[in-house]
Write a protein that binds this ligand. Structure first.
Ligand code: URA
Length: 242
């Protein structure tokens, strides 16, 4: 149950104090009946509220969460075989959030969750070209020519990949850490790109999706976006809806 003045405030009608005055003035009806009582509470999911005869539209409560997905968890809201999924790592919450995009079972790193469908679409639709940054540990050390191929486009079974950014972060004992930034999101794309140029991936980790960077977050843990990240997400959504 939620106090009526908070319901009015949440719907953007007025501040809580102004809402109290609107209520006292008899301008608010709950299920058709005028309510002037201070502190009256309603169930916003069931009760109909009008102000001056206008129905209140309750804004949805959107949830946004960032997870450091560990390898070994499926990106899925359920698995018919009972294997562990990323949903098992979420604490109980009222909102039905779901993962945006997909990381392979054996990939770790940034996975974003929300119940905001417009934002999910803005982040995943190929039209919006959102950058995803991956860190891949690969066998062998790619040459300059190989890096150029990766950057310009690699021919995969489902067509040539779009231009990417690529750099070697470290190389040691016959393995390299490659940072690859792509705007597409085909199935197992990073693994296929690197295998095709002769450097199979032994471990894959996602560092960033659009404005979101994983930062220091332990595997299996979640955090909310910072205010700056949230601003950037909502900006992206606004641009995408237009
Ligand atoms: N590319 C891959 O190959 N795997 C992922 O999980 C994500 C991108």
């Amino acid at each position: 149950m939620v106090r009526l003045n908070k319901v009015l405030a949440d719907a953007g009608i007025a501040s809580r104090r102004q809402a109290d005055r609107i209520i006292a003035a008899g301008r608010v009806r709950v299920n058709g009946i005028v309510v002037t009582e201070m502190g009256y509470s309603i169930d916003p999911t069931k009760d109909q509220v009008t102000v001056d005869g206008q129905m209140l539209v309750m804004p949805e409560k959107f949830e946004y969460w960032i997870m450091n997905k560990p390898a070994g968890y499926l990106t899925s809201v359920g698995d018919p075989f009972g294997r562990p999924t990323v949903m098992d790592l979420l604490p109980p919450m009222k909102a039905r959030i779901y993962p945006v995009g997909r990381l392979d079972l054996d990939t770790s790193g940034l996975l974003f969750f929300t119940n905001d469908g417009d934002l999910a679409l803005a982040l995943t639709h190929p039209r919006h070209l959102v950058e995803k940054v991956y860190q891949a540990k690969v066998k062998g050390i790619p040459s300059q020519g190989t890096l150029k191929r990766l950057a310009e486009g690699v021919d995969l079974e489902d067509g040539r990949t779009a231009p990417a950014k690529v750099e070697i972060e470290a190389a040691e004992n016959g393995y390299a850490i490659v940072r690859l930034t792509i705007r597409e999101g085909r199935k197992r794309q990073v693994r296929r790109m690197l295998r095709t140029v002769g450097h199979p991936v032994v471990a894959l980790h996602r560092l960033a999706v659009g404005p979101l960077w994983l930062g220091p977050l332990a595997p299996g843990k979640i955090r909310r976006p910072t205010p700056e990240e949230l601003d950037a997400l909502l900006q992206l959504k606004k641009l995408a809806i237009r």
